[in-house]
Design a binder for this molecule. Structure first.
Ligand code: AMP
Ligand code: GLY
Length: 377
């Protein structure tokens, strides 16, 4: 039975104290903010197994500039990039590229710190708002999220998935934390995972070890499959949402044992992963106004059906009613013998959820099913 405890998740001392109090065998740290704050270090210092990188290693997600330094040192293929701190350096960097311009906030931004635009004035405005940004080459090609479980040395890839970052159908509107996902990817090159492990993951892990800050936990590799091959868009130091919903729906191997092996440096002894056949699709139901300014506090019905996973929800104390409490409120996840079947099933689930003003994308996995995703080159 799960229990929600009142603890400040970004307070390393408080989380470590709670882990000791409950006699935890394994602490799994989900989001990036506690990782960057050093919660994994504090819990590990108590002699408790932790799945999640140290604060030093979490900088692979926490700082775009640091991630680029590591990739450069490790020879990892990624977009050319220039860190910028003022108007002059921003203008000089934008001059080096053709549109679309890619301007990234150089800090944690929960997936919302990137502006990709043809409009130079909008690119400059985002840079001004953020203060410190990284401006980089636009990578053209379909995107892939690859999750890798690692103890710092051994690395085990999960199934590649695809996320839908834009809020609207047909990839319209602003970027979000992710509006839906599917796996597996019928259009992906068959050697994609091997190539990414060889050219990206192992060199990155080796570089982190060389620096004396090995990365253990979940290395999330966000890639674009370009005409020149896979290129890293970003690293995250945690499972990604909503790709995790589809990847874990297909994973047959118990997750706890896998994460424990990574946390204790024994991943090399872990048996190979077993996967269900078929496919999984997840669709996020977002609150009115998301991503700009989500409205919260609305009553949800249909949130308790099988296949519904909660994110931004809360219980009303008075009567236990389910309320929206975040931007991405909940999602439906379904599996099926193929992507089309999983997609039909997930929309059935999502149609059963009622939340006033909410919205969801209608086209999750559609282009993959129709064979309309093509690799450039
Ligand atoms: P990030 O926060 O780095 O994951 O970026 C969020 C989204 O912006 C990515 O999933 C891409 O859709 C887009 N993006 C970021 N960097 C690039 C790039 N160099 N080229 C093309 N698209 C990008
Ligand atoms: N799905 C994108 C992320 O978790 O950052």
């Amino acid at each position: 039975m799960a229990q929600l405890r009142a603890v400040d998740p970004v307070d390393p001392v408080a989380v470590a104290g709670l882990a000791v109090e409950v006699g935890a065998d394994l602490v799994v740290i989900g989001p990036e903010a506690p990782l960057v704050a050093g919660v994994a270090d504090a819990v590990r210092a108590k002699g408790i197994a932790v799945f999640g990188p140290s604060a030093e290693a979490a900088r692979l997600e926490g700082s775009k500039t640091f991630a680029k330094e590591v990739m450069t040192a490790a020879g990892v293929p990624t977009a050319r990039a220039y860190p910028c701190t003022d108007e002059a350096s921003t203008a000089a960097a934008l001059d080096r590229f053709d549109p679309p311009y890619v301007v990234k906030n150089d800090g944690l931004a929960a997936g919302k710190g990137v502006v990709v635009t043809d409009d130079r004035a909008a690119a400059e405005a985002h840079a001004r708002e953020c203060g410190r940004v990284v401006i980089e080459e636009y990578l053209a090609g379909p995107e892939v999220s690859l999750f890798v479980v690692t103890d710092g040395e051994t690395a085990v890839p999960l199934l590649p998935a695809q996320d839908f970052k834009r809020v609207g159908d047909g990839d319209s509107g602003p970027n979000t934390g992710g509006m839906g996902a599917y796996a597996p990817l019928p259009w992906a090159p068959p050697d994609l995972v091997d190539e990414v492990m060889r050219d990206v993951v192992h060199p990155t892990l080796a570089e982190m070890r060389r620096r004396g800050t090995p990365f253990s936990g979940l290395l999330y590799v966000g890639l674009a499959i370009t005409a020149d091959g896979p290129r890293v868009i970003e690293f995250n130091a945690r499972f990604g949402d909503p790709e995790t919903q589809v990847v874990l729906a297909l994973l047959e191997t118990p997750l706890g044992g896998l994460l424990h092996a990574a946390a204790t440096g024994t991943l090399a002894d872990h048996p190979p992963l077993r996967w269900r056949t078929g496919a999984a699709v997840t669709v996020v139901v977002a609150a009115e106004g998301y991503p700009a300014g989500p409205r919260t506090g609305d009553v949800i019905t249909g949130g308790e059906q099988p296949g519904v996973i909660h994110a931004g929800t809360a219980r009303r104390t008075a009567d236990g009613a389910l309320l929206s409490a975040g931007g991405r409120v909940l999602c439906g996840t379904a599996t099926g013998p193929d992507l089309a079947a999983a997609r039909d099933a997930v929309y059935q689930v999502v149609r059963g959820i009622e939340l006033p003003g909410s919205h969801y994308r209608r086209d999750i996995a559609a282009t993959a099913i129709d064979g309309r995703i093509t690799l450039p080159g």
